[in-house]
Write a protein that binds this ligand. Structure first.
Ligand code: URA
Length: 441
């Protein structure tokens, strides 16, 4: 524990605030001044505010929330804690997309080259997976040679040459978020809408994008299981993006069933390439095109993204992207040595295929990690051979489980208990997009 006396401001020193008083004010539902938030974030980032004081403040925010002005100022302070990418010199308009995460969500892999092939610059600074949802960087690293760590100069150069980049957000980008996120993770304060919004938007503002489309997932495999909470998160992030000068729109999309048919790193790259080649599963194509249309509209580009999938231009940009980041677009993707199937228990129609269970199964097979520093398997994952609404016969394979370590198969199978229901009634069709939230100004 830090000695609290060392953290108290010197009497009469106006450049310091009292962390204890700040915690007390938020705890009691009183609004903080902008300068207090600036100080709190800066002083926490450089170690003058103790972990336990920040933990108490985060819990106060969890219960009390923040006003719109407080949230905008907190986010601006998080951006100011590090460097900002300077993209204003690019010849193309910049637009990015952020997904709140789901199972089989490989949309970013298609979207960045697709929207770039229509004339925008897409700076996708992405993360890794944690828990049952996958991470874009883990997926791309299944491509032999792929490099996720780029310098700021490389990012700007590639955006100009190729039109898109998908790389890791470096440690100098919104470092306050890095520290705050780690603290939230161990203090049960992750699931706070203002804190999630500040975390996501601060990184997008720091990355320098002019426009942003948010894909807020709703359902069993998502962060937000209830529609109401997902809508509140979407509204909060849209206002916050606008308050920080980023044109922002959110789409709500379903995540009760895995997106597409493949879940796992190399498996998802292969499915993304199918979509870029003009094929792929319909649910994945629909959500990708809806997001692409929003991105192009925000960037002020009049183009038809479905034509770019059909005429090969999106695929050509994907090949340039892979090549620019050290990969070989023609190299075969790695494949699992062990593949087991799960058979249909009866004949009928698939009524349910639970996204969270499939995500957990893929994670246990080795596709995801339990701790940030764990390695992931490129080949592990699940292939959904039948999805809700499709007919199956008793004994036919429903799912394929892929692993490089066969000892993982039994425990992974356990995650699927009750996850697949085969019955007589096809479920009602689910729309690709559940709603759209744009700014109130
Ligand atoms: N993703 C983020 O980047 N931050 C959060 O707080 C939650 C999800």
């Amino acid at each position: 524990m830090t000695d609290p006396a060392a953290l108290r401001p010197a009497a009469g020193d106006a450049s310091f605030f009292d962390a204890v008083e700040i915690v007390r004010r938020t705890r009691d539902g009183l609004e903080l001044a902008g300068a207090e938030l600036d100080w709190l974030v800066a002083a926490y980032t450089d170690g003058r505010v103790a972990e336990e004081q920040m933990a108490a403040w985060l819990m106060a925010v969890y219960f009390r929330g923040l006003s719109r002005a407080e949230l905008a100022r907190l986010t601006a302070a998080m951006v100011a804690s590090g460097e900002r990418l300077e993209l204003s010199g690019l010849s193309r308009p910049t637009v990015d997309k952020h997904s709140t995460g789901g199972v089989g969500d490989k949309v970013s892999l298609v979207l960045a080259p697709l929207v770039a092939s229509c004339g925008a610059a897409v700076p996708q600074l992405s993360g890794r997976g944690l828990g049952h949802t996958g991470g874009t960087l883990d997926k791309l690293e299944a491509i032999p040679g792929w490099r996720s760590n780029l310098t700021a100069e490389e990012i700007v150069d590639q955006l100009e040459r190729v039109g898109c980049v998908i790389c890791a957000a470096g440690p100098t980008l919104a470092p306050a978020d890095r520290k705050l996120y780690a603290l939230r993770d161990v203090t049960a304060t992750v699931e706070s809408i203002p804190l999630i919004a500040a975390s996501i938007i601060s990184k997008k503002v720091a990355e320098g994008t002019g426009s942003l489309v948010l894909d807020v997932k709703v359902g069993s495999g998502a962060f937000m299981r209830e529609r109401e909470r997902a809508e509140e998160l979407a509204r909060t992030m849209v206002s916050l993006g606008l308050d920080n000068g980023v044109r922002t729109v959110a789409l709500l999309s379903p995540m009760d069933v895995p997106l597409g048919r493949r879940v796992g790193n190399a498996l998802e790259v292969a499915e993304a390439v199918e979509v870029l080649s003009g094929g792929g599963p319909l649910d994945l194509v629909e959500v990708t095109l809806a997001l692409a249309q929003e991105m192009l509209a925000l960037a002020g580009i009049d183009a038809d993204p479905s034509a770019a999938l059909r005429d090969g231009s999106a695929l050509a940009t994907w090949r340039r992207l892979v090549h620019a980041q050290g990969g070989d677009p023609d190299a075969p993707l790695p494949r699992a040595s062990y593949v087991e199937t799960v058979a249909a228990p009866r004949s009928g129609v698939v009524e349910r295929l639970d996204a969270r269970a499939v995500g957990t199964c893929a994670w246990r097979l080795g596709a995801g990690r339990a701790r940030k520093e764990d390695p992931v398997s490129a080949v592990a994952g699940v292939v959904c051979l039948a999805k809700p609404g499709e007919e199956v016969r008793a004994g036919e394979p429903l799912l394929e489980l892929h692993a490089e370590d066969p000892s993982r198969l039994a425990r992974a199978r356990g995650a699927l208990e009750g996850a697949v229901v085969v019955g007589d009634e096809p479920p009602p069709p689910t729309p690709a997009i559940l709603g759209r939230i744009a700014g109130d100004r």
